[in-house]
Write a protein that binds this ligand. Sequence first.
Ligand SMILES: C[S@@+](CC[C@H](N)C(=O)[O-])C[C@H]1O[C@@H](n2cnc3c(N)ncnc32)[C@H](O)[C@@H]1O
Length: 271
Amino acid sequence: MKYLFSDCEQEIANIWRTYAGFTIRPVPSTIHYYQRLIEDLNSNSPSFLYGATPEIRSIFQTLNKPLVVRDQSLTIIRAMGLLTTSGAPIAANEVIQIDHWLERDLQSYDFLIVDHAINMLLWEQFDDFFQIALEQLNDDGIFVCHLLIKPDEVFTKQSFDQVVNDYHCGLIDNIYDLASRLNFICYDDGTYQMGWQHTIHQLGAYQLSALMPDLDFINQFKYCNAMFTCPPQACFEHLASQYFNIVEVFYPHEYDYCQFEPVYVLQKRKL
Ligand SMILES: C[S@@+](CC[C@H](N)C(=O)[O-])C[C@H]1O[C@@H](n2cnc3c(N)ncnc32)[C@H](O)[C@@H]1O
């Protein structure tokens, strides 16, 4: 499935710039948390990134640490590269792999990191993803997994009018939370999925126009074709715990939606 409706690297980079603050890109507290974990890495062997997250690549570039970047799209990897500290489509410390995340990598690593990437998979694929990550992780290695989990039902069961009312009375006090709350009311309990185009189709242009000019939801997200699978937290932890010990769980804090975006630090279970 095409992730972004553009094939032009510069256009993709420009689109991605407009996503800062929204759930799509890591917020400053998450980036700072990643920075600390990566600075503490004492091995200088290559680390492994699922996806092309520019904020993570910039940390490895600044520390001049080797990084393997795997994404199914070379265009996305190069476009995201334009947003990194080096500004290069592919930096000198990076080795890229154009491949599916469910394909095994023969090499193993001390550090694996995922920023929202696992949400791109179907829930049925999470188990395979963990098994492969387990095989790619050295015994004392760590696996950092940042994902979106199922929002509370108090949010998923709201109506569109209730969300609009919460925004107008200030209970929702920024457009980043407003955008996420619109996705939340379109959450699919059957597949655990939500996504930008899905929300546009569910709510429609007429309803969404009620939030303009503050948030032009359709214009803001018209290029992003992501459907993200956000399992209930208990289900995610139950599955992860079959392969990993949960060493730490960090929660970013800039926006209300961050309560549904934990960052798990996982270590291989000694079977
Ligand atoms: C939400 S992002 C991934 C997360 C990460 N934050 C990023 O910025 O790259 C979506 C990216 O994941 C890639 N992608 C989605 N599913 C994939 C898969 N199964 N294997 C490899 N890449 C995948 C898409 O090509 C797209 O570049």
